[in-house]
Design a protein around this ligand. Structure first.
Ligand code: GLC
Length: 556
C-alpha cells in the first residue's frame, strides 16, 4: 500500500492549473463535524489527510453560501459569505489556511447566471414596479394574451416545466413574469445590466482578496440570452437562444482582466456543456483558463466513442491558451461505476439531452462498473490537461438509485412530475467507516441527526476505512495512479498508437504509454512501449496480458 504523501507543489509543473488534479467537494455530503446531519467546512478540514493522501493538487467546493437550498446551494442568497450552517467565515478561513499549508489549492463555485429568489436584489425586484431599476437586474416581461396569462415565450426550464413564473402582486393580482432557466426559485440575472456586471466583479475581488485560487463558473455559457427572447420552433428540443451566445465572451474577458490583476496564478474554469469545438472558444487567449470537456463523460465505455471524443477535443483546441479539463463524475450525473456498469437500462424520457446520456437508470453490474470506471479514470489521468475527480469516486461508489422517493430533494424530481429522478443519488453522504449510525459521516456519535440524504446499507462495503487497509481497493488504485502521474512530464506531445484492435486504445505522452483494453480478449502490448508502471487492475499481476476493462501505463 503506498504511503499517504504530501501533495506535490503544483508550481513545479508550470502554471499549476494546466496539469492539476482537483478533488470536487460536495461539502454537504463529505463529513458532518457537528452532528446536525449535513456536512460542513470543518469536516473538510478534519479529513484533509484523506484528500492530501490521494495526491491531488487542490479542491473545488460546491456552493456553500447562504441559500434556501432549493437546488443544492446553486440558489445563492448572498455571494459574499459562507453559510453559518457550514461553519461560516471562521471555518472557511481555517480550511483555506490548512489547504495552503498542505500545498493544496482551493477553488470556489461562482453562480452568476441566477441567484436565489431570497437574494436581496430579487426581493427588491418583486416589491418594485414593472420597468423599475430593481426589475432591470432580472429578466421580467409581460405575459402574452389579452390578460397576460401566457408566458412571454415558449422556453422550458432545464429542470422541466416553463422557464417563466408569474408574480402575484401584494394585492393578490397576477402581474409580470420572470425568467428562470432552472428552478422557479432561481431567477436569471439580466447580464445586459451594468449593475449585474459590477456585482460579480466585486464578488470575484472579494474572494480573490481572501486568498482563494480560482473559481469554477456555473453554467458559464448561459448568462447572455438571445436578444428579443424569441420563441423556439421546437420548445422540447435544445434551446440555442439560452446557451452559448457570443456576448458571453465579453464577460469572461472582463473577469480574466480582474484575475490577471492579481499577482498570483488564479484559474477560471467554465462549466460549459457544449461540443468540443464550441467549448474551445471559451479558453481563447484572454478568456477562461479552463473549460470542462463534458463530451467524454457523455460517451459509453467504448473504444471508438472515447477515441472520437478525445480526438475532437484535442484537434479542436484552435490555438486556445487554456487547457482541456476532463471529468467523468460530478454532482450532476450518475456515478461512472453505474453508467459504465449499466447492463439493462430502464426506459426514460427527458427534455434534457444531457440527462438521457448521463442519468440512465437500470440494472448495474457493479464489479464490472468498478473495473471500467477505474480504467476510464486512468485513461483520462494520462491525457493532456487537468482532471477533476468527484468525492466518492475514489471509493468506487455506485449511484444510489434506490433512494426513497420522499427523501428526494433535487428540484428535477418535482418539476418533471416525478418522471425524472434527478441527481440525489450521486450526492449521498460518504461512508467513512463500515459501522456506526451514518458510516462515520456524522462525526459526533450516536446522538447525531440522520444524514440529510439516507445512506443505503450497502454503503458499508465502500467505506474509506476498510479500503485504506486493502492494498487492492479502489482507494489504493487512485492513490497509486495519482502518485505515478505526479512524475509525468507536463505539457508533452500526445500521439495515438496503433494497437491492431478496435477495442484497445493506446497513446503516448512523452515517455509514458497508456493502454486501455475496453473489451474482448486480453491484449499483449509491444515490448518497445516500455515497462509496466501502474494498472487499474491491482488484483492481477501487471506483467500478464492486459484484460478487458483495464488501463495500464508503461514507461519507455
Ligand atoms: C449547474 C450545476 C447544477 C445546478 C445548475 C443550476 O449545472 O452544476 O448542479 O443545478 O447549474 O445552477
Amino acid at each position: 500500500m503506498p504511503e499517504p504523501r504530501q501533495s506535490r507543489p503544483a508550481e513545479a509543473a508550470g502554471l499549476w492549473w494546466r496539469n492539476s488534479v482537483i478533488y470536487q467537494l460536495y461539502v454537504k455530503s463529505f463529513l458532518d463535524s457537528d452532528g446536525d446531519g449535513i456536512g460542513d467546512i470543518d469536516g473538510v478540514t478534519a479529513r484533509l489527510d484523506h484528500i492530501v493522501g490521494l495526491g491531488v493538487d487542490g479542491i473545488w467546493l460546491n456552493p456553500c453560501y447562504p441559500s434556501p437550498n432549493r437546488d443544492g446551494g446553486y440558489d445563492v442568497a448572498d455571494y459574499d459569505v459562507v453559510d453559518p450552517r457550514y461553519g461560516g467565515q471562521p471555518a472557511f478561513e481555517r480550511l483555506l489556511t490548512a489547504c495552503h499549508e498542505r500545498g493544496l489549492k482551493l477553488l470556489m463555485d461562482l453562480v452568476p447566471n441566477h441567484c436565489s429568489d431570497q437574494h436581496a436584489w430579487f426581493q427588491q425586484a418583486i416589491a418594485a414596479e414593472p420597468g423599475s431599476v430593481e426589475r432591470g437586474r432580472f429578466i421580467f416581461a409581460d405575459g402574452r394574451g389579452p390578460d397576460g396569462s401566457r408566458p412571454p415565450n415558449n422556453w422550458r426550464s432545464t429542470f422541466g416545466g416553463s422557464a417563466w413564473t408569474r408574480l402575484t402582486s401584494a394585492a393578490g393580482l397576477p402581474e409580470q413574469w420572470y425568467l428562470h432557466s432552472f428552478d422557479s426559485s432561481q431567477p436569471d440575472f439580466n447580464w445586459d445590466n451594468e449593475e449585474v456586471r459590477q456585482l460579480f466583479d466585486e464578488v470575484l475581488r472579494t474572494w480573490f482578496d481572501r486568498g482563494i485560487d480560482g473559481f469554477r463558473i456555473d453554467v458559464a455559457y448561459a448568462m447572455v440570452k438571445a436578444s428579443g427572447l424569441p420563441d423556439l420552433a421546437d420548445p422540447d428540443g435544445d434551446n440555442p437562444y439560452l446557451w452559448n451566445q457570443p456576448g458571453v465572451h465579453e464577460i469572461f474577458k472582463r473577469w480574466r482582466a480582474i484575475a490577471d490583476s492579481y499577482n498570483r496564478e488564479l484559474t477560471l474554469l467554465g462549466e460549459v456543456w457544449l461540443p468540443p469545438s464550441d467549448a474551445a472558444d471559451y479558453i481563447r487567449p484572454g478568456e477562461l483558463n479552463q473549460v470542462f470537456y463534458f463530451d467524454l463523460l457523455q460517451q459509453p465505455f467504448d473504444a471508438r466513442a472515447f477515441q472520437l471524443s478525445i480526438a475532437e477535443t484535442l484537434d479542436g483546441l484552435k490555438g486556445a491558451e487554456g487547457v482541456p479539463t476532463w471529468t467523468l463524475n460530478s454532482h450532476d450525473v450518475h456515478r461512472s461505476v453505474s453508467r459504465y456498469g449499466l447492463i439493462e437500462a430502464e426506459p426514460m424520457t427527458s427534455p434534457d439531452a444531457n440527462a438521457l446520456r448521463t442519468r440512465a437508470r437500470g440494472q448495474v453490474d457493479i464489479p464490472l462498473g468498478i473495473q471500467r470506471a477505474c480504467a476510464a479514470a486512468m485513461l483520462v489521468l494520462a491525457l493532456p490537461g487537468s482532471v477533476y475527480l468527484y468525492q466518492g469516486e475514489e471509493l468506487g461508489l455506485p449511484e444510489v438509485q434506490d433512494l426513497p422517493d420522499e427523501a428526494r430533494q433535487d428540484p428535477i424530481w418535482e418539476r418533471s412530475g416525478h418522471t425524472e429522478y434527478g441527481r440525489d443519488g450521486s450526492r449521498v453522504p460518504l461512508p467513512w467507516t463500515t459501522g456506526g449510525s451514518s458510516f462515520g459521516f456524522s462525526g459526533a456519535g450516536d446522538q447525531d441527526a440522520e444524514p440529510w440524504l439516507p445512506q443505503p446499507a450497502w454503503f458499508a462495503e465502500f467505506a474509506a476505512e476498510s479500503q485504506s487497509e486493502d492494498p487492492n481497493s479502489v482507494l489504493n488504485f487512485y492513490r497509486r495512479a495519482l502518485q505515478a502521474r505526479a512524475d509525468f512530464e507536463p505539457d508533452v506531445e500526445f500521439e495515438w498508437l496503433q494497437t491492431g484492435r478496435e477495442d484497445v486504445l493506446a497513446f503516448r505522452r512523452g515517455a509514458i504509454v497508456s493502454v486501455t483494453v475496453f473489451d474482448g480478449p486480453s491484449y499483449e502490448p509491444p515490448a518497445d512501449w516500455g515497462s509496466p508502471l501502474c494498472t487499474s487492475r491491482l488484483d492481477l499481476p501487471i506483467e500478464s496480458p492486459r484484460p478487458a476493462a483495464s488501463t495500464t501505463w508503461y514507461r519507455g
